[in-house]
Design a protein around this ligand. Sequence first.
Ligand code: IYR
Length: 224
Amino acid sequence: MKDFPSVPYDTYQEYSIADMQKRADDFYADMLRRRTVREYSDRPVPREIIEKCILAAGTAPNGANLQPWHFVVVSDPAIKRQIRVEAEKEEAVFYNGRAPEEWLDALTPLGTDAAKPFLETAPYLIAIFAQSYGLLPDGRKVKHYYVQESVGIATGMLITAVHNAGLASLTHTPSPMGFLNTILKRPSHERPFLLLVVGYPSDEAKIPIHAMQKKSLDEIATFL
Ligand code: IYR
């Protein structure tokens, strides 16, 4: 490699093989407990927890470390209501004609429909935006690279951080999601990537059996 400004990697932590195995086992067991939840309690969650989870997501590997994301955390009931109204409009079109029959058939085991009450019940909606470029203080544009990949990785890390903190989440993708730019006053070079609903699950939260069936290692991985 060429020379570059650097510091030693002194935060690396090595574990014994036995500890590595245990950590890998424990992490998998914990990730198996994560569920996508569509029924939320309105119980409040301290904002500091969400702040720390977003900071964790912001450590994600990304194109040229340009960090092409922006997270808008919505707890204001009036804004949540606006988002619900607009999302339900799109979802109504989706479920009543826009979605092909094959897609609707794939959703049947999940029991989803156009009603999205969780958009008002859950304490937080985190709108994740992908920035095609950044803006310097003087207004110049800085092109971003691998934007979708970077924001996808950060979103996965956010979901994991939220689960690790003891909260449930839902990746919600009303399509199209352009209304989020209008409601949340984000510029047009920021594309809504996903709306992450975060909170405590309601006591009555149910999980579709379909969603619990995960593919085996042989199905998802090839070792050469
Ligand atoms: N966005 C719609 C439809 C939907 C699509 C997929 I693919 C899902 O995994 C779940 C739902 C909705 O939120 O209902």
